[in-house]
Each structure stands twice: as C-alpha cells, then as structure tokens.
Design a protein around this ligand. Structure first.
Ligand code: FPP
Length: 263
C-alpha cells in the first residue's frame, strides 16, 4: 500500500486529501497503537445506552483499519477489551463480544482485499469458544496476507503479557544469563513486530491503561479529545502529522535525522 492507495480512496479536494498530501511517507510510524476510549460518553451525550457507543465505534475501527493499511502502516494494534473490562455489566461484555464477532465476519473481505494480516493478542484462550472460533477464522483466512499486520488486543493486560512472556521464556528453558531485552521481546504477544512508534488515545484521558507496557517504552503519545465513535481517517492523519513533527531521541541528547520513523 502507499499514499496513492490512500489518495485513490479519499474524496478529491477534501480536507482529508490535503492532510494526506502533507504526510511524509518516508517517515511513517511503523507501528500505531490505539486506546479506543469514550464510547460510553459518546452514548451518554446522546441519551443512549453505553452499548450504542460501542456499536458506533465499529465504524471508526473500519475507517482506521483501512486508512492505516492504505497509508502503508506496518502494524496497527487496537485495544478492544482489557482484562479489567470483565468487571463491566454482563450485558455490555456480551455486546462487545457480539460486535467483535460480527466485525470479523463482516470485515473479512475488506481485510483480505487490503492484504491485511489479522492477529488477536491477549489471553485469547480464556475467551468463549464462539469468539475464539471467529478469531481463528479471521486469523487463518488472512495468514498468507503480506500487508499490514492488524492486532486486536482482547482480554489483554500489559502486566499479564509480561508475566506470560516470563513464563514462556522459563518453559522454553532460556537460562537467566541468556535472557536480555531482545530475547524477552520474542516471548511477548507481539513477537516479531516492531514496537509502537505512535500511541493514540481518544477522549482526552492521559493514561496508558495497562496497554503494551513493555512495547511503548519509546512511543510518542498523542491524545485527542475526540471520542472514539467520532474518530475518523482525518484524526489518524492528524496524529501521524503530529508524530512527524516530534524529535525522537530514544534517551539520547541529539536527535538523529534518521531516527524518526526508523524501521
Ligand atoms: C472504551 O470506551 C472502549 C471499549 C472498552 C471497547 C472498545 C470496543 C469497540 C470500539 C468495539 C469492538 C472493537 C473491535 C476492534 C471490533 P468506554 O466504554 O470505556 O467509554 P467511556 O470511558 O466514555 O465510558
């Protein structure tokens, strides 16, 4: 995918087109991670049940997935359901699972058409069999795709991921002296993928909420007041443009001209 693929899809002369043309394709974030927040508030503003916010949020997911793939982002990770989200009312949890299953079923063709490889990250084995079945279907049918990797974080917790990685490293018999950051990274759910360069959070909250704790060590964080169901292609392009204006130092004192967007 490339900027041309994106431009072919945005209405000519639109503000989205102007934003897209401002992007430097040589300095794209390789991995974009998103904390989709504000669905409940979006629904409350409209005097609707919370689940209507989640339902509306699916349209944002569609837009962001296709925009990212067309733009040439290598990895997109969306935080859909945290380990802590089980504390929500049963009806809300059930609706979220239903929406997820429906999303995969309805969007599979778009994922395949856009050469997207689908993954689920988190303690996926603890999800209900019908949800796992749908996830497996999506994973298997897109496994040969070579374009953007799209992770949905489900039953996900950053600390749980680190514990799981430690357990896997031990089970694999890695001797303590052989365990370094690179080796450890190979036991995370995101093994083989670059760490996020850009972390987006919607709805104005300044928290990382137990999301990709290991991987976001050097991520640039971009927070918008926009609630997730209102988040569209335009906002993603704005986030990428803001990212491209940052000086990434990785703890050093002099930003390297090649550091930004380094793959
Ligand atoms: C946070 O909003 C959002 C969630 C907990 C769920 C996000 C899920 C979706 C958008 C739908 C399913 C996703 C996919 C990938 C198909 P909140 O309810 O915490 O909002 P609030 O902070 O305003 O209450």
């Amino acid at each position: 995918m490339s900027l041309e693929q994106l431009l072919a899809w945005v209405p000519p002369g639109s503000p989205d087109e102007r934003l897209a043309r401002e992007i430097n394709v040589e300095q794209l974030p390789s991995h974009v991670a998103v904390i989709m927040d504000g669905n409940g508030r979006w629904a409350a503003q409209r005097h609707l049940p919370r689940v209507e916010g989640h339902r509306a949020g699916i349209e944002s997911v569609r837009d962001v997935v296709e925009t990212s793939a067309r733009l040439g982002i290598d990895v997109l990770t969306l935080y859909a359901f945290s380990i802590e989200n089980w504390k929500r009312p049963r009806a809300e949890v059930n609706t979220l699972m239903l929406l997820l299953k429906r999303y995969i079923r309805l969007e599979l063709k778009t994922l395949i058409d856009n050469n997207i490889q689908f993954h689920a990250i988190g303690r996926v084995e603890e999800l209900a069999p019908d949800v796992r079945h749908e996830l497996d279907l999506g994973i298997r049918q897109t496994e040969r795709n070579t374009g953007m990797q799209f992770n949905i974080a489900l039953n996900y917790g950053g600390r749980a991921e680190i514990v799981d990685a430690a357990r896997r490293a031990m089970a694999a018999g890695i001797p303590p002296e052989a365990l370094d950051e690179r080796t450890f990274g190979g036991f995370l759910y995101t093994a083989g993928q670059p760490d996020p360069d850009l972390l987006i959070r919607t709805s104005g909250e300044m928290r990382v909420s137990n999301f990709l704790l290991w991987q976001i060590a050097y991520a640039e964080i971009w927070v918008t007041e926009t609630l997730w169901p209102d988040f569209r292609r335009r906002h993603l392009l704005e986030a990428v443009l803001a990212y491209q204006k940052r000086d990434r130092r990785y703890g050093g004192i002099k930003p390297s001209p090649v550091a930004l967007g380094a793959k």
